[in-house]
Design a protein around this ligand. Structure first.
Ligand SMILES: Nc1nc2c(c(=O)[nH]1)N[C@H]1C(S)=C(S)[C@@H](COP(=O)(O)OP(=O)(O)OC[C@H]3O[C@@H](n4cnc5c(N)ncnc54)[C@H](O)[C@@H]3O)O[C@H]1N2
Ligand code: MOO
Length: 395
């Protein structure tokens, strides 16, 4: 049986680009830049006053001048009318362009203005004080954001400042989800005593939405071999097909056989992890990468995070999800020789990982009260309180 890292290698070797497209900047949150974006001009584009105050010539200050003639007032977006002469100052507002004749700004609080005279009440001052100098953030022609950057709110702001109305991003894959099981109902449908709601479908849609991926098909199929075969066959042309349930050893666990019958090449079936051992991953020539995730809700979440995520990130040219280390504030023993994943919360001013209650992989609370997935390595049979362990941020 493969370890999850070996399985990730197998998945990464299958990664491919889904192409490149241009999207409006407002619609680009979560998308991954296909090309670097360069600065079309210096940023800031002018010497910008960083405070409300008075702009002077630093040479005047050096020569001991402390009282200045107020020459004119400059608001943000305005150009000055005259250059400063010795002993003169501008009143200037935050965000306004500091004229070329000035190179130091004093805060309003450090001055007294009476009858067009401005008196400095401080002996501290330096050249370019309180000025964001033209090009200090980014020089014209310099790389602003590199390719393979996943666009977040800050980047939307940055790209707007770079004057980008649209950006080239990696195309999203076409993704289909098929959930299986006679016991599964959609919310709103009547549920009998032995039936449950289709939480896996909602979880998978939400996990894909983090990449701004909207699923193209979402179907639920009963444990009926013919129906399941039909539904799978209809979706093998997609870029990614995600199934949940029906991959382990039960009498109604038809997924592996059906996939083989339909010509899907099985890349691996079962990985040495808990939860999520029954996962199957396959691919059809010229068609879908297939992930058959275990039906248990937490297994479904974990296997998405470890495997589907790895595939998506590699295809979209993103680096693998980062893994971090913090001390555990609990003891934990494990019986399997597998890598085990369990929900934890990062807590406290000197952060530690705290266990989140979860009654096994069927617990419908999933990682709701956690923000990380801790990893107990295969060979680490016991975690002692205080020991540093790896975790993957989630939520
Ligand atoms: N004899 C064995 N039995 C099981 C094994 C095994 O190795 N040998 N593996 C166990 C593990 S581990 C898991 S995980 C499950 C995986 O089972 P399946 O992927 O075949 O899934 P199902 O049997 O269809 O369902 C399992 C569980 O999950 C619930 N489920 C299914 N779909 C959904 C959904 N869309 N939303 C919410 N919950 C769902 C389902 O009702 C079951 O309770 O197998 C173990 N058994
Ligand atoms: O190991 Mo299964 O994936 O939890 O219940």
């Amino acid at each position: 049986m493969l370890s999850y890292r070996q399985a990730q290698e197998v998945i990464m070797a299958q990664a491919k680009s889904f192409g490149i497209e241009k999207v409006r900047l407002e619609a680009s949150l979560g998308r991954v830049l296909a090309h670097g974006v360069f600065a079309p001009r210096d940023l800031p584009p002018f010497n910008r006053a960083a405070v409300d105050g008075y702009a002077i010539r630093f040479v005047d200050f050096e020569q001991g001048i402390r009282t200045f003639e107020l020459e004119e007032t400059i608001f943000a977006g305005e150009r000055e009318k005259k250059a400063l002469l010795a002993g003169q100052c501008y009143k200037i507002m935050t965000g306004a362009a500091v004229p070329a004749s000035a190179n130091t700004v004093f805060r309003r609080e450090d001055t007294t203005e009476i009858n067009n005279q401005v008196i400095l009440n401080t002996e501290k001052g330096f050249e370019w004080q309180n000025i964001a100098v033209k090009g200090q953030d980014l020089k014209k022609g310099a790389l602003g954001i590199p390719a393979s950057y996943q666009i977040n709110a800050s980047a939307i702001g940055f790209l707007t400042s770079l004057g980008q109305a649209e950006v080239s991003v990696h195309k999203q894959p076409e993704v289909a989800i098929i959930t299986t099981g006679d016991e599964i109902k959609a919310v709103g449908e009547h549920v009998d005593a032995f039936q449950i709601y289709n939480s896996n479908l909602s979880v998978l849609k939400a996990l894909l939405a983090e990449y701004d991926i909207e699923v193209s098909t979402a179907a639920h199929v009963l444990d009926d071999q013919a129906e399941l075969k039909k539904a799978i066959a209809q979706n093998l042309h997609q870029d990614i097909l995600i199934l949940t349930g029906g991959v382990s050893a039960g009498d109604a666990d038809y997924v592996p056989e059906i996939l083989k019958d339909l010509g899907v090449e099985i890349l691996f079936h079962q990985v040495a992890i808990k939860p999520g051992k029954p996962i199957l991953c396959g691919k059809i020539n010229g068609g879908a990468m297939v992930f058959a995730l275990p039906g248990n809700p937490f297994s479904c979440l974990v296997t998405f995070k470890i495997f589907v995520d790895t595939y998506l990130r590699t295809c979209l040219s993103l680096a693998p999800s980062p893994v971090f280390k913090l001390p555990a504030d609990f003891n934990r023993k494990k019986r399997t020789g597998f890598d085990e994943f369990f929900p934890v919360s990062i807590k406290g001013p000197q952060p530690t990982l705290e266990l989140t209650a979860l009654n096994g992989s069927g617990d419908i609370r999933l990682g709701t009260f956690s923000n990380a997935l801790a990893i107990q390595a295969a060979n680490q049979m016991e975690i002692a309180k205080g020991e540093e362990i790896y975790y993957l941020p989630i939520n």
